[in-house]
Design a protein around this ligand. Structure first.
Ligand SMILES: [Zn+2]
Ligand SMILES: [Zn+2]
Length: 107
């Protein structure tokens, strides 16, 4: 019985890994355009737009970040767009997406 459970756990892990690899550059955004960066009542939301823009607590589209770059508006540093970047914001109409890389501190 224990063996079966272990086998099952390994398979799930493999499956999750495959999904993650296939979707490496895909990201689910909130409707405001940011990736979810906080939770509210257990649901993902965007703390940047809370109280400013509607859609901060609704899921928007899934987008593909392959071949996109994003820029920090403070230090102008450009890095390849990645869904793991903090405060990432997708800017479909602009050359660069935006993110904040912490260059001015986090508070
Ligand atoms: Zn937002
Ligand atoms: Zn910066």
């Amino acid at each position: 019985m224990v063996n079966i459970l272990i086998m099952f756990a390994l398979n799930v892990k493999k499956l999750l890994y495959a999904i993650r690899r296939g979707d490496k550059m895909k990201i689910q955004l909130m409707k405001c355009g940011h990736k979810p960066n906080a939770t509210s009542n257990g649901k993902p939301c965007c703390v940047i737009c809370a109280g400013i823009k509607s859609g901060h607590d609704e899921f928007g589209e899934i987008i593909d970040l392959a071949n996109r770059e994003c820029k920090c508006p403070m230090c102008k540093k450009i890095v390849p767009s990645d869904k793991h970047i903090a405060f990432f914001e997708f800017k479909p109409t602009e050359k660069y997406d935006e993110h904040y890389d912490g260059c001015r501190g986090w508070d």
